[in-house]
Design a protein around this ligand. Structure first.
Ligand SMILES: Nc1ncnc2c1ncn2[C@@H]1O[C@H](COP(=O)(O)OP(=O)(O)OP(=O)(O)O)[C@@H](O)[C@H]1O
Ligand SMILES: [Mg+2]
Length: 334
């Protein structure tokens, strides 16, 4: 893949809550090459959306605060930009599709206006030209009779159609980076498949990088070339998609795969769903050792005493687990 478009280093985001400081993102680092699609997976609350919102400069502050790190986009640290420059980045070079379109579509504006607006703001198109382009985009995302629907309001569309409008809005200025946060979770299975194939088609047309956030390992297997697994604010494993599914290393990744329905991805041959025991520790708790220790059936003394770093397993495959250094401690997997 081409050059690095996005480079995140040691990103740490805290939320100041009545219960204490929650370390929502704790030293996250990764890169995204031009044209690459990378999946970010992990249980609810592990920091996926906070990572995404940090890239867009949309962390609510207070209570949130970016404590440390760098987010370089095309070589420029986004954390150094003022609000106006960030607004200019959003929609033009970096755009996002959110899980629930009703929260990000404006209910009192027509969909035509909402798709046309980024073109008027970022590309200086006149109203008529922007609406014309909006109609083209609604057509490209396969909204039937697109030109006629420009005057519709979001509530007049079905959930799947609203998600298509969101995609059109995100794509209309030809972003270099698309962040899709659970883009299909709210949709039923057939509509989900249509939206994913639409995203795949659009991606083939433009050299766009995609950060795809999802709970759904099947979606990752279908769309991404690389996967990052997050647990309690940290990346615990990253690898090419084949390695993650065929040779998962981290006990958490293995647990996630075992708890996914067997239809979720090719090669899942487990007969029944096996839940990962326990729950994510409160993010306000200071842990010295590995954050997964309490839920890990392989854990040993060192795991409780010292946090593992991301160890290299093979080219492009890394895992944050002491078993990498002490493999004899791995118990047989049931
Ligand atoms: N506005 C907020 N105020 C306080 N804490 C927050 C806020 N937003 C996020 N957090 C904290 O950050 C953690 C990570 O949240 P995030 O939304 O990134 O999870 P996620 O991985 O996207 O989960 P999901 O899969 O449910 O979308 C949460 O567990 C929560 O503790
Ligand atoms: Mg989320």
């Amino acid at each position: 893949m081409g050059d690095k478009l996005l480079e995140i280093e040691n990103l740490s985001v805290n939320f100041h809550t009545p219960e204490g400081i929650a370390r929502a993102v704790d030293g996250v680092g990764f890169t995204l090459a031009t044209g690459e699609t990378v999946g970010l997976v992990g249980e609810s609350g592990c920091g996926k959306s906070v990572t995404a919102l940090s890239i867009l400069g949309l962390i609510p502050s207070p209570p949130g605060q970016i404590e440390a790190g760098e987010i370089r986009f095309d070589g420029q640290n986004l954390l150094d930009l003022d609000n106006e420059s960030l607004r200019n980045m959003r929609g033009r070079y970096i755009s996002m599709i959110f899980q629930e379109p009703m929260t990000s579509l404006n209910p009192v504006l027509t969909i035509g206006r909402q798709v046309a607006e980024p073109l008027m703001i970022h590309q200086g198109l006149k109203r008529a030209a922007a609406f014309e382009r909006a109609a083209e985009w609604l057509d490209r995302v396969k909204i039937p009779a697109a030109a006629k629907r420009l005057k519709d309001y979001p509530h007049e569309l079905s959930g799947g159609m609203r998600q298509r409008v969101m995609i059109a809005m995100a794509m209309v200025c030809g972003p270099k980076l698309l962040i899709a946060d659970e883009p299909t979770t709210a949709l039923d299975v057939t509509i989900q498949a249509q939206i994913l194939s639409l995203m795949t088609d659009l991606k083939e047309e433009v050299a766009m990088s995609v950060l795809l956030i999802t709970h759904d390992l099947g979606v990752v297997a279908q769309m991404a070339s690389r996967v990052m697994v997050m647990y309690a604010g940290q990346i615990v494993e990253e690898a090419g998609v084949v390695d993650v599914f065929d040779h998962p290393f981290h006990p958490y990744t293995r647990g996630l795969l075992k708890s996914a329905p067997r239809t979720a991805y090719p090669g899942n041959r487990s007969r029944r769903l096996i839940e990962i025991p326990g729950t994510v520790p409160p993010l306000t708790r200071q842990l010295v050792g590995c954050k997964f220790t309490e839920r890990c059936r392989h854990s040993f003394e060192l795991c409780r005493q010292q946090q593992p770093t991301l160890f290299q397993i093979s080219s492009g495959h890394r895992a944050r687990c002491w078993l990498m250094k002490y493999p004899q401690n791995r118990r047989d997997d049931a």
